[in-house]
Design a binder for this molecule. Sequence first.
Ligand code: HEM
Length: 164
Amino acid sequence: MPTDIDFPGFDGYLGTRASLMLDTVFLAMFVVILIMGWSIYQVRYRRRYALHKRTQLTLATVLLIAVVAFEIEMRVYGWEDRAAGELGGSASSTVWFALYVHLVFAITSAVLWPVVIYRALRRFPKPPAPGEHSRSHNFWARLAALDMLLTAITGWVFYVLAFL
Ligand code: HEM
């Protein structure tokens, strides 16, 4: 039990005040960033295009499921009581600022990823290989990868500020 306060929703398992899905997404983002890095390494240095495609599609699917579950939990039970450490409390302005910074990256990632994937699926040959779409994909997909990394980092900062 992270605290003896009976917050709404399910308690997490990392020993902080955070909820079940907050803990799960906090940990899942480490895995996502590691796998994304590995997938980019595979395409860049080993030219394993099909492996890169499969990995990115799997990552995007897993992320989508996690984010939907996470959003439902946030909408139903909220997070602010937990951040404040008391029922009916409000989060500090630092925590709100950290959340807004995080949301900038999270929202742009949620737009960029589907666009990058849709265009890659439409424009790369099948099976996937370098071609006319390469220049554009290399630019936008790198931006999408950086955006996801910043989403993870700012999410971890928010978690630490709000729930430790
Ligand atoms: C959001 C999802 C994706 C991300 C973040 C991503 C990321 C990247 C990055 C960063 C590179 C450049 C590697 C370098 O620096 O040389 C790259 C290359 C490539 N990606 Fe993706 N990718 C994604 C989805 C896909 C999908 C769905 C496909 C296939 C349909 C694909 C096919 C390729 C190919 C063929 C290349 C090599 C391009 C070339 O070197 O000419 N990618 N990807």
